[in-house]
Design a protein around this ligand. Structure first.
Ligand code: AMP
Length: 617
């Protein structure tokens, strides 16, 4: 017998959910459906998102309500419009084979008159976000006096979002003897308090341990220098060619900045945050849901309740402040029994926070090294190879072209053909990643700062010091006419000489030449690095010009000379990671808005030559 029938769900509903692919109940469905079907209990379910809780309460509701009557009998409150639409849609799908089931979604940011009209026509199940619900109640446009069941979904989120008072007001319009079912991913004291306030000896169900996120999620973290964060992030993405991910930022501005930079860099990304209109948000979500978008860059609030299947990675570009938020973020992946990875990109000083989250979740996080350029290239190459294996061939369509194709390749051996074919995409990665630097932050350094409470050199500068310059000023016969800005020039120097960008002092870009400062100990390396170098066919000339001016790193001086204006390329750019350090230690992985005018590759290529990342799903 179908296990849902055994749980007490009737045939027409089981038939509908079978079509959705529900063969076996999830653990929460298995345990809650029999309890909820009695209709006689208040209920508290501590369950992560993605565990199947919509059906856990939705199926019993469909069993318990009287669909011959057309008045509101169940009210489901949830924190976001997204979730509201999702639940409405899910319940409609479960009820597809039943007659006269009317479910209405009530949420802000959309026409209230449409919603009012639907309510007027007759509805048994109202799924709502609290603000708009209250608005409609205040207009006296709905009658909740015969409501039998209230579901508070993602109760912790609703409280986080400040809906406590709205919920109080809404519930005061429902009968005393209704049953309340509360679902929450976490159980902070506020949720306990509302459970106590609204419920009478509720049946409590805890799926898994408190706060222990989903067991199918692997938690990983990467330690990078703040200024390398964006480059590291891109490398992680490149290392996962089939990524379908949600990237979490802490602020709207950061979200926007990262999305813009990614788009400029040729990635298939877009942002989701509160400053977008509802229409814009819907559009982005539709693209993501339809898999026309590979990376969704979102704030916590905007991404709450998103239920998209098969999200492979959640990336914490910035760590959240609360463990609860980490649980919510990571819960966007590994839904419905799938597996997923939750990645955090941190600087060494944030290790303590990772440990804190580990303790909170009771799970060990794995430290992973940022892949090398070589690793990325290899991964990309085999991704191409696998695609060849799995591509669906449209025999009919391709047939007509085959003779011409065969003719084209008739003189090419199979081996040669395969090599060339694989190289089409691979070359651009090879090109891009050759000489890519190690982006892993030296952890000892971070630890030391962490322990000593010192600030990292970039931020705090080097107390003491002062006095004589550590720098030699060098002349180079390249300048703005060669389309260099300070950031570009720094990258070029580091790339050419393999000295660290951290050690380069002031850079002064003129028209046909420039000056830059390097530590005395690096002068030889620099001159050797440029020996026989040419730029677009022109020999590059380096000359010692004198002693540098970047000596006074003494306390209060504002730290590393670069910050003082060494590579103002950074600061000329807008926002986000770019502000942190658009330049990333002399490699070529800068974001697209570097100093305006696109990124110039050191071979003279433009940034636009970057490999095309638009995912074709
Ligand atoms: P939820 O926690 O309700 O947001 O559900 C997460 C995802 O799991 C949704 O995409 C559901 O369609 C799916 N799902 C729920 N129950 C089952 C089930 N019994 N079998 C397969 N998929 C399910």
């Amino acid at each position: 017998m179908n296990p849902f029938i055994e749980l007490g769900i009737r045939h027409d509903i089981v038939n509908a959910i079978s079509e959705l692919g529900f063969e076996n109940p999830t653990p929460i469905q298995e345990q809650s459906i029999p309890v909820l079907l009695t209709g006689s209990n208040d209920f508290v379910g501590l369950a992560q998102t993605g565990t199947g809780k919509t059906a856990a309460f939705g199926l019993p509701l469909l069993e318990l309500l009287d669909f011959e009557e057309n008045y509101p009998q169940a009210l489901i409150l949830c924190p976001t419009r997204e979730l509201c639409l999702q639940i409405t849609n899910d319940i409609k799908n479960y009820a597809k084979k039943m007659g006269n089931v009317h479910v209405v979604a009530v949420y802000g940011g959309a026409s209230i008159s449409d919603q009012l009209r639907q309510i007027k026509r007759g509805v048994q199940i109202v799924v709502a976000t609290p603000g708009r619900m209250l608005d409609i109640i205040n207009r006296k446009a709905i009658d909740f006096t015969k409501v039998k069941f209230v579901v508070l979904d993602e109760a912790d989120e609703m409280l986080n979002m400040g809906f406590q008072e709205d919920i109080d007001s809404i519930l005061s319009t429902t009968p005393e003897d209704k049953k309340t079912w509360l679902f929450s991913a976490t159980m902070p004291t506020e949720v306990r308090r509302i459970a106590k306030k609204y419920m009478n000896e509720p049946f409590e169900l805890t799926m898994g341990e408190k706060n222990t996120g989903n067991v199918n999620i692997e938690h990983e973290y990467y330690i990078v220098r703040a200024r390398d964060k964006y480059a590291a992030f891109k490398r992680i993405v490149d290392f996962n060619p089939d990524i379908f991910g949600i990237v979490f930022c802490r602020t709207k501005i950061e979200t926007q900045d990262i999305a813009e930079a990614l788009i400029k860099d040729g990635y298939n990304a877009d942002s989701l945050h509160g400053d977008l209109s509802q229409q814009q948000r819907d559009k982005v979500m539709k693209r993501y849901r339809d898999r026309n978008l590979q990376l969704l860059i979102a704030t916590d609030v905007a991404a709450r309740g998103i239920d998209v299947n098969d999200v492979t990675h959640v990336i914490n570009y910035s760590l959240p402040d609360e463990i609860e938020n980490y649980t919510h973020r990571s819960g966007r992946t590994a839904r419905a029994g799938k597996t997923g990875v939750s990645i955090s990109i941190i600087n060494a000083k944030e290790l303590g926070k990772i440990r804190q989250i580990e303790r909170g979740l009771g799970k060990r996080f794995v430290k992973v090294e940022i892949p090398t350029g070589f690793d990325v290239c290899e991964k990309q190459l085999f991704s191409i190879v696998h695609k060849v294996h799995s591509v669906e061939v449209n025999e009919q369509q391709i047939e007509q072209y085959l003779p011409r194709i065969m003719e084209e390749f008739k003189d090419m051996s199979k081996e040669e053909f395969i090599k060339r074919f694989a190289s089409i995409e691979f070359n651009s990665f090879l090109d891009y990643y050759k000489n890519a630097p190690d982006l892993n932050a030296p952890i000892e350094e971070g630890r030391r700062f962490e322990r000593d409470g010192e600030r990292a050199p970039r931020e705090g500068g080097n107390a003491g010091g002062g006095g004589k310059s550590e720098y030699t000023r060098l002349f180079i016969n390249l300048g703005s006419v060669d389309e260099f800005n300070r950031g570009d020039l720094l990258g070029y120097i580091c790339n050419q000489t393999k000295i660290s960008g951290r050690t380069v002092g002031k850079i002064d870009v003129k028209g046909v030449y420039s000056f830059f400062e390097v530590q005395h100990s690096d002068v030889e390396k620099v001159t050797a690095g440029f020996k026989d170098a040419d730029f677009k066919g022109r020999p590059v000339r380096i000359e010692i010009s004198g002693e540098g001016t970047s000596e006074s790193r003494s306390g209060g001086g504002g730290g590393y000379p670069r910050r003082e204006g060494g590579y103002a390329g950074n600061r000329e750019r807008s926002g986000g990671e770019r502000r942190e350090g658009g330049y990333n230690g002399g490699n070529r992985e800068r974001n697209g808005s570097a100093g305006g005018g696109g990124f110039r590759d050191f071979s003279g290529k433009r940034r636009e030559d970057r490999p095309e990342r638009r995912r074709r799903f």
